[in-house]
Structure formats: structure tokens, C-alpha cells
Design a protein around this ligand. Sequence first.
Ligand SMILES: [Mg+2]
Length: 372
Amino acid sequence: MDKTKARIIDITVKLVPSDCGRKWTIVNIHTDQGITGYGEATYSHKETVVAEMINDLKEFIIGKDIWNTEEIYKILYTGARTGYRTGGIMFTSAISGIDQALWDIKGKILDSPVCALLGGPRNAEVPIYSHFSCSDINSMIKSAKSTLSHGFNALKSGITMHENLGPDVSKKQLDEIEEKYKILRKEIGEEIILMDDPHGIFDPSSAIKVAKTIEPYNLLFLEEPTGPEDIKAYSHIRKSTSVPIAGSERLTSKKQFNRFFENECVDIAQPDIVYIGGITEMKKVCSIAEAYQVKIAPHNTKGPVGIMAAAHVMASSPNALIQEFMSPGVIPWRNDILKNPLEIKNSCLVIEDRPGLGIEFNEKELNNRILK
Ligand SMILES: [Mg+2]
């Protein structure tokens, strides 16, 4: 056996329902040298579609050299019978699951964490944040304090969009946003890092009103103030407020992000390791962002594999800011399915010096949760 000559012989997909409505789409690549790797392709509420896309892509990569992730990405993203450059976000999610699994295999063969292969250290701590709900003031404070009790010092919510589907914002809604932030800051203090995500619902003038309202409350960023299709609107909003603007989890290629950066749309880029097409493409987004002095705050609502894949890119990127992370309070059994549990220390996710992505499943616990 020569592990350095490993070639792909099969790809399998497992769906694991999580407690937050998503089915973690776990991709497993098998090689002729006995080494296997994990990737994640979860696209919320379309998981079975993505799983079938991965099955369809098998014929194009069976027999390929596992080391050549650039070539495999190119085949999958641009090929006339694969992505055809028009595959969309579910297609890039399928590509991503495959790409991550190949990097996991590389790390396992070389006995190196993926972050070290990408130019980072062998172990690291990646700053993370989690969420709180904001339906009314009392439950909002309770929810924020509950998340903080799990070891976080950074929190995000959707205060600016609560019960508003956009694109407008009323004076009454602006007053409610202001009232919530005033009380929240009083209750949790000035040191806790806060972020807000209105999920792109506002038109530009409403987004600017919202941004102006939250300016006094020292947010790390306002995420997706408007839809990412409208590059000029993003840029206009960013120039109209002192609140740093972040976006967008919905972009699916380095070229889309490059257009965002060229047009000065964001202070902070939020690639999702799954939607962007994997480690190969996300690393390039981070490097392009670095050239524009844009920081990285990955969108991440994934299972353990997708969490760690994004964290390894973050650990190797000089412009890494903070990564999204579903609180253990939301999925209390998440660590039960892992041989090496995800560890949170000082509001950071710990990357240990382990081969590949550092994920090994407790197969018995995992099998109990797989969608049959
Ligand atoms: Mg978001």
C-alpha cells in the first residue's frame, strides 16, 4: 500500500437530522488505499437534493488523484456535464462536501491538521460567536444570558428585523430596535461583542435608517442589510454609516466576492464553507479579501465537519475575525457523536493537532442518528 498514491473509489452520503431543522449532509470519500475523509454539504431544507447531486457527480471523479483538489474543483465547477459555472448554491454545496473530504484525506495521509497544510499553525483557537432570540425584551435578556453561560463573549441576533419582512422600516420599529439595544447593553455590559443580522430584508434607505439607529451600541457588524444581488445598494449603505457592514453568506464563488470587494460593499466577508464550494474556494476568498483589507467572519450553521472545515481555513488566514457557531445549548448531543468533542475555550473553538479536519465519529452514536 502506498497512501501517497491514493485515488477515489467511492463517495457515500449520510443525512443526520439536527435539532435546528437541518439535516447534516455528511460526505465520505473512500480511497483505494483504505483512507477515508469527511466533508459536509448541508444546504438547509434541500439536503436530499444535494445528496443526489453528489451521487450524480461520482462518475466524474471516481479514479481521480486525491491530491489534485484544484483540478477536481475545476472539473466539478466548470464542466459542461457538471456545474457548467451555473450550478447555483446547491451545486456548490455538493462540490464543497467533496472538496472538504479530499482535504481531510490529505491531512490524514500527511499526519497534519488541514490548517497547517493551508499555511497556518498545527493547533489554534478560532474566535466564535453564538445567537440569542429577541421576541420580547424579557425573553431576549434571558436568552442572551443563557448563551453567554455556555462560554461565549460574542452574540448575534436579528433585533433589527424582528417581525419585519421588509423592505421598509417604520418609526415604531426603529424605536423598538433602539429600546432593545439600550436595555441589552445595560444588562450585558459594554464588553460583550454584538452583531445583528436582518437577513437582507431592507431596501437601501431603510437599511441606512436601521444602521443609524444602532450606531451608538458599538456592534461588530450589521450583516446583510440588503440583498446581495444589489452591489450598488450594499456599497451605498456601507458609505452611509459607521457600523461595519458584513456579507454575504449567499455568494458562491471567489469572482462574486471579488466584485463585492471591488465595489467596497463590505468591511467583513462572510463566506460559508459549504455554499462557497469548499476549502479550496474559501481559502481564495480569504486571500482576495486580505488584499482589500476585508476581514473574514464565516457564516456557519453546520454540523461538526462543516464547523471544523471553516475553522481550519480561519486558522490559516491572517484576516480571520470571528466564526459563527451554533451553541451547545441548541444541539446538546452534538459532542456525543464525536470521539474528540468540539471544545470551546475563552469564546474560541479549539483546533487540536490532529490529522485532517480532526473529526472522528463515534460510529455507534452516529448510526443511531442517521436518517434511514
Ligand atoms: Mg446571515
